[in-house]
Design a protein around this ligand. Structure first.
Ligand code: ARG
Length: 578
């Protein structure tokens, strides 16, 4: 058994040793893993692969375990190898192996993350509609989407994020037919292109009023439809007005994106794919994939073995209006042609899962997604105290900006004003993000800003505070002229800190595979707790042994490095002071 070479993680190194020992003992190595020990007082890692093997080989598990353990004991990187219970292999790592791993991870800017085979991945999240403010329903898409974007980038992928703005269709016709009634100058293209007479607040209040008027009055609706048709036909004044409405909306929405630190490489929308729709429909008809049905055009997407019936995808209605699914299908074509991704990930409310199932099936059936994985990463709702989707006090839709401002305000109240505006923002927004990300995405959660900004419990501020505290220990050390030095792992609290840090690469990989940032959030929280225990049990600056002091200072640096990396991957900022 030799040390594997090349970049690797502590856990994968141990797994390679395990695999060689199993192979050497003539055993199947499939499913051989090193997982965190259930009894940290007895072991660091454990391997549970013996029991299923013993069952299939009809051999006593402890005997098999002993054969493997005998081989593992030859490896000096293990301080002890024990067999527990029915045949668990318990591994205690040598202090030297842990110290080396700690130093290697600290020296690596990426904190040990291992690049995956590079894929081009489009991540579609955010998805607001024009002329509507961002609301509570956009929170999870933006927060989970941004975290997944960062994780995928950190794992070496070529990631392109796209906001996929709802910027097409009847809603645009409604506004285009209404605005010139309020501002007659808008009827002809002019200087308003650069200085529009309306702002986002006005659009937001005009839009619901027009939408209601159109619903109530067929004549008003006819005007909106006519405006939509003019826009679709490329009428100059309509297109110019559409562009301005889109820009005013997006500029306002961008402020919320910035507050949430959500980054978009592309700010495209549904409009981009519209020119592809007529030829796409021709193609689908010509190949018999689309079929007329009761005056509409549909693509059958039911498959044998479906548990529940999957209704056909509605491609075009009899009035020829652009449809959500048609636009998503054409957007896949657009992305395939422009970007040729290996994967498209949609971070969208799980209530849209049937929509995506239909779109994905239609895309595969049509050959539009060859060589491309299509993934819907669904999420549950943000709920009010009653457990139902969150509403404002008067029953309205809560604005995202207001929810965040409320959390920032509470963070400021808690801290007094000595921390400064930036800190209150980082704490308030970080608190909301952590609460969101620490829940597995498909479960809903209750939006409780008071609990979220608390410094106690499983909260963002608790984790941020660990980082800030380490920062001040390091500053103090610096001021006292104490330098970090080689690591010695002696105390149990030191051992668990190093072990937990070492898991970051595996946790990041697993969070990516499961589209589950909560795995990283859990690890960040556990690490903050492990640091707190370490700091309580192992004096750093107060230790009178210079070597111990220097080693513990390095461990502080490691904890901060890994913790800030994890928070970065979650999209959570770290305030300078708290
Ligand atoms: N604008 C859509 C909505 O408000 C969300 C868009 C999600 N992305 C997508 N490619 N369909 O529901």
């Amino acid at each position: 058994m030799t040390m594997p070479n090349g970049p690797t993680t502590l856990i994968s190194q141990v797994e390679q040793w395990l695999v060689s020992a199993f192979a050497d003992a003539g055993l199947d190595t499939h499913g051989v893993r090193a997982v965190p020990a259930q009894r940290p007082d007895l072991a660091d890692l454990q391997c549970n692969a013996i029991m299923p093997l013993a069952a299939s080989l009809k051999r006593p598990p402890r005997e098999l375990a002993e054969e493997v353990a005998a081989r593992l004991r030859r490896q000096p990187a293990f301080a002890s190898v024990d067999i527990a219970g029915p045949g668990f292999i318990n591994l205690r790592l040598s202090a030297r192996l842990l110290a080396e791993a700690a130093q290697r991870q600290l020296a690596d800017a990426g904190a040990g993350l291992v690049a995956q085979p590079r894929e081009r991945i489009v991540i579609d999240f955010g998805g607001p509609n024009v002329a509507k403010p961002l609301h509570v329903g956009h929170l999870r898409s933006l927060v989970i989407g941004e975290s997944l974007r960062r994780i995928l980038v950190a794992l070496g992928h070529d990631v392109i994020s796209d906001v996929h703005l709802g910027d097409w269709g009847l809603q645009m016709g409604m506004l285009i037919s209404e605005l010139p009634l309020l501002w007659p100058e808008l009827a002809v293209p002019g200087a308003w292109r650069d200085a529009p007479p309306f702002d986002m607040d006005q659009l937001q209040s005009i839009y619901p009023r027009v939408a209601a008027a159109c619903k109530a009055d067929a004549e008003r609706m006819a005007l909106a439809r006519a405006a939509t048709a003019r826009l679709q036909a490329g009428d100059t004044a309509s297109v110019a007005l559409w562009e301005v409405i889109r820009r005013v909306s997006l500029d306002a929405q961008r402020r919320d994106f910035a507050l949430l630190d959500a980054h978009f490489d592309e700010l495209h929308g549904e409009s981009l794919a519209q020119p592809l729709i007529p030829p796409m429909i021709d193609d689908l008809l010509a190949r018999g994939i689309a079929k007329p049905s009761e005056g509409a055009l549909v693509v059958e997407v039911a498959e044998p073995g479906d548990d529940a019936p999957v209704p056909p995808l509605l491609l075009a209605k009899s009035d020829g209006a652009a449809l959500y699914a048609t636009t998503d299908l054409a957007t896949i074509l657009d992305r395939q042609r422009r970007l040729a991704p290996q994967r498209i990930v949609y971070v969208v409310d799980q209530r849209q899962s049937l929509h995506f199932e239909q779109v994905f099936r239609a895309a595969r059936k049509a050959g539009y997604a060859d060589g491309m994985a299509l993934v819907h990463v669904g999420f549950g709702t943000v709920n009010g105290p009653d457990g139902k989707p969150y509403k404002t006090r008067d029953g309205g839709v809560a604005r995202l900006g207001e929810l965040l401002a409320d959390a920032v305000e509470r963070a400021r109240e808690r801290r007094g004003d000595d921390t400064g505006e930036d800190a209150a923002e980082a704490i308030g927004v970080g608190a909301v993000k952590f609460a969101d990300l620490s829940t597995y995405r498909t479960s809903g959660y209750v939006f409780d800003p008071e609990r979220m900004v608390s410094f106690e419990g499983r909260t963002g501020p608790y984790v941020q505070y660990a980082c800030v505290r380490i920062g001040s220990i390091l500053e103090k050390a610096d001021a006292q002229g104490i330098s970090p030095g080689p690591v010695f792992v002696v105390e149990p609290a030191e051992r668990s800190l190093v072990l937990l840090c070492a898991r970051l690469p595996e946790v990041a990989g697993s969070a990516a595979a499961n589209y589950a940032p909560n795995e990283l959030a859990e690890m960040a929280f556990a690490l903050a707790q492990a640091f707190s225990r370490f700091y309580g049990e192992c004096p750093v600056l107060g230790s009178d042994d210079a070597k111990v002091r220097a080693s513990r200072l390095t461990l502080c640096m490691l904890a901060r490095h890994v913790l800030s990396r994890a928070l970065y991957l979650l999209g959570i900022a770290i305030p300078k002071r708290m």
